[in-house]
Design a binder for this molecule. Structure first.
Ligand SMILES: C[S@@+](CC[C@H](N)C(=O)[O-])C[C@H]1O[C@@H](n2cnc3c(N)ncnc32)[C@H](O)[C@@H]1O
Length: 273
């Protein structure tokens, strides 16, 4: 099949799953990310054939798989991160958390619930000499995190809901993007997230949605240096309650921060000197 026909028919078929604009941009990204075709190639070189790889990729998108699982990567802070069914696909709002952490110029960072390692790796690569440790409960996620690039952070398996082992050396900065979507919010979510991203990375019980933040506050108390700083990504509907968790744990300068859509998306705090 010729590329223009593939794009036209592929976008139309994907409209069964996505709004028209998104369906079209998904097909164009598939063409670029799998085969290197630019978004204008089908116009300037209409004689191009759609390779078999592209047809198979479209089949996977039509079966509801996220584009990133078909291509195997997602860009985050300018680098390509490997992704798969055992890790959350890095989201653009999390880039802001990384930039806020980088602005502190830390010499050491502890990244809880590290998943693909996108936060830990970006900090390690952008801040040469910075000691970075990433923690996750999932060995499958840690295997992906360790394989992203050469060198970089230490990745350790631990349950953040349990108290931490004492650190030999406490950290300047703590980052965490823990699970924060309530089970009841599933009804509002897209099928490709529900069926293809890990529940372990996403969901918390409706009756205790802040369970991870109480646990992060315990880790922060034990593993941050006096005067150390932390930042967590949060559920936009629970900003005040999440901030209150860190205040109740004795943290100072507890502040909410909005994301690029103006939604409460982060809470930062400082450990007392
Ligand atoms: C929202 S994802 C964040 C992944 C990555 N940091 C990011 O920002 O894209 C949450 C991560 O928490 C991990 N996780 C879930 N329960 C955990 C627990 N009890 N202890 C440690 N990590 C946990 C999941 O495996 C998942 O990788």
């Amino acid at each position: 099949m010729l590329l223009p026909q593939f794009i036209r028919e592929g976008a139309a078929a994907l409209e069964a799953l996505y709004p028209p604009q998104e369906a079209r941009s998904l097909v164009l990204r598939l063409c670029e990310d799998l085969c290197g075709f630019k978004s204008y190639d089908y116009i300037v070189r209409p004689e191009l054939e759609a390779p078999e790889e592209l047809v198979a990729g479209l089949g996977r998108l039509l079966a509801g798989e996220p584009l990133q699982h078909v291509t195997g990567w997602q860009e985050f802070c300018g680098r390509r991160f490997r992704v798969g069914p055992s890790v959350l696909i890095p989201r653009p709002e999390t880039e802001q958390l990384v930039r806020l952490a980088e602005a502190r110029k830390p010499a050491s960072v502890l990244d809880l619930c590290t998943g693909s390692g996108c936060i830990a790796w970006t900090l390690a690569l952008d801040l040469p000499g910075c000691r970075v440790v990433g923690v996750d409960i999932s060995e499958e996620a840690l295997a992906i995190a360790r394989a992203q690039f050469d060198g970089g952070p230490d990745f350790l398996q631990a349950d953040v809901l349990a108290p931490p082992e004492p650190a030999v050396e406490p950290f300047d900065v703590l980052t965490a993007n823990p699970p924060y979507i309530r089970e009841s919010e599933k009804a509002r979510m897209h099928r490709n997230v529900l069926e293809h991203e890990p529940d372990l990375a996403l969901f918390v019980p409706d009756d205790d949605p802040l369970v991870f933040y109480r646990a992060v506050a315990v880790w922060a108390k034990q593993l941050l240096k006096p005067g150390g700083w932390g930042i967590v990504e949060i559920n936009e509907e629970l900003g005040d309650q999440t901030a209150a968790v860190f205040s109740a744990a004795g943290m100072e300068k507890v502040e909410k921060e909005a994301d690029f859509l103006g939604k409460d998306r982060f809470v930062s705090f400082e450990k007392k000197l």
